[in-house]
Design a protein around this ligand. Sequence first.
Ligand code: CUO
Length: 680
Amino acid sequence: RPQEPSFAVKGDKNSVFKVPNNYLPDRYKPIGVTLANRFGAEAEEEIDVKNISLPNLGEITSLGRHENFSLFIPKHRRLAGKLINIFLGMRTVDDLLAVCVYARDNVNPYMFNYCLSVCLLHRQDTRDLDVPSIIHSFPDKYIDSSVFVRAREETSIVPEESRTPIVIPRDYTASDLEEEHRVAYFREDLGINLHHWHWHLVYPFEGAREVVEKNRRGELFYYMHQQVIARYNAERLCNHLRRVERLINLREPIKEAYFPKLDSLVSSRSYPSRVANQVITNINRELDQIQVDIDDMERWRDRIYSAIQQGYVQTESGQQVTLTENEGIDILGNIIESSILSPNQTFYGDYHNIGHIMISYIHDPDHRHLESFGVIGDSTTAMRDPVFYRWHAHIDDIFQEFKATIPSYPVDQLAYQGVTVTSVEVQSQGTQKNRLNTYWQQSDLNLSRGLDFQPRGPVFVRFTHLQHQEFNYRIIVNNQGSARMGTCRIFLAPKFDERGNQLLFRDQKNLFIELDKFSVNLTSGQNTIIRSSTQSSVTIPFDRTFRDWDSSRPQGGDELAQFNFCGCGWPQHMLIPKGTPEGFNCQLFVMISNYANDHIEQDITGTCNDAYSFCGLKDRLYPDRRSMGYPFDRTPRAGVRTLQEFLTPNMRVQDISIFFSNRTVRPRSNNTSNSNNRNQ
Ligand code: CUO
């Protein structure tokens, strides 16, 4: 914790680091011996820390220890890049530990956590170390601030064995007077926000080139966020809201308000709120070394649109790089986000990142009130805010503009000769076929590691999230050829628009959410494929989303490295949209594509591939050669107006309904990451 000197409590055993006195911040140096005696007396284990010649942190410490930190702020990400490089450059794990112990109490704690997490994910020799979910280090970024006051009361008064979970109400950021609040359960879902944090941890946009340069990272930026918008739109339609409106005019008042009710425990400040109809203005904040005008944004945007229309981008050195139908999207992803892989940040700017920043400083653009950024200014918290989706709907629209310039898939790039999908069903136990069921679920989470209270011991919060009944897909495929392989692609989309009209393919294709993707062995003749919803290539299970330091996990080696990477993934409990009490009409789409055209030849043994659709595979190529979003990423071929007209025999559509029941299921015994789960 920031207030304490460098004596970290590790695991359930009280362990302390024996810290060389010169590592301590100046404030603690004179009392180093006293502190060592005090914490040493409580310790069950003392861990030696090597006395190395310490690197000069220099500018890294210019971000105060009680300030908020965001990767979207160029200065912050520059400092973080420096710290990551220091961590990655340490020759041995012992040296790394030493420099971490030193840095921990001398740099901004959020930045420290981020840099260390990136380092652990990218160093070969730290594969045995666990990266816990950030919610255990900084619960204040996820949970209503009133919980912490109640937690302090609980820990100081109630003995451990009598403590009960602190219940976080499902509705606490707004009332039903606010229409947008109907989808707060999605925006504020802890698992969704953790996924987003982890995704950006795995795919940083700045830092050492070998850390940033991952296979198709720009395209994955487009695709993962496109899917977020598609999912959000499905939730909106379930809640009788119109699809999200793009934020295309930065000069127009933003009608959506947001009051996050989060307090930073590090800065002891509230995350700023945004009232309705605030207007973005030019930013000039000396502290953050950021000065950017709306004009700059508009110029970058126009240049990006020009590049799309011209079909090529211009590099810093003036060369033209063609935006090809397959690789163009990857280049554009890096330009628009932007990442250091952008071929020309000078000319195309930093459009998406600065958009986050401008919106997040709407309340204090020139820092006259000494306020920090709103939640959209940090990928850890951004998805809570309705405006996040408006901004990303616009960003997605730019990508769609590009997709509209490349050729449609002709039938031979969609069909799989001789393969026919003859039947598709979903089955949830005890219910009619082609019907999915959703409801509220409560879960408990032990947050004690992120709280700095004395005495310690478990502090559970009980939160409510959407849940669905597990189900199976049952797919029958007729193969008129000899035995061969296929890739089964499963998507889901609403059937009707806001006004109850059946969606045209042109619009519906952007609403398809990926549910699963896997390879299948087809024998000659009829094949029946049964697949469980829990096997989804998009999601990770609940206990991995919320894993703690001491959660059950592999003991080390490759398996653990994969486990860390696999903290990235959409939360399983949010796999399907909420539906409605009367049944929300959707269309389930199943396609068996030609494996020979999809497959990437690479060794993936031991590779965790739980959520590869959104997160890729660690240190491997993205395991699907097709463009991300295939077959819905391009405009339809001439003459196709409806989904039915789009289909080739290897595709099939089944109407299904999602029924929501407004009941709340109490916690299951195994649904927390901590074996100490105390259910009532
Ligand atoms: Cu993930 Cu804008 O990229 O938040």
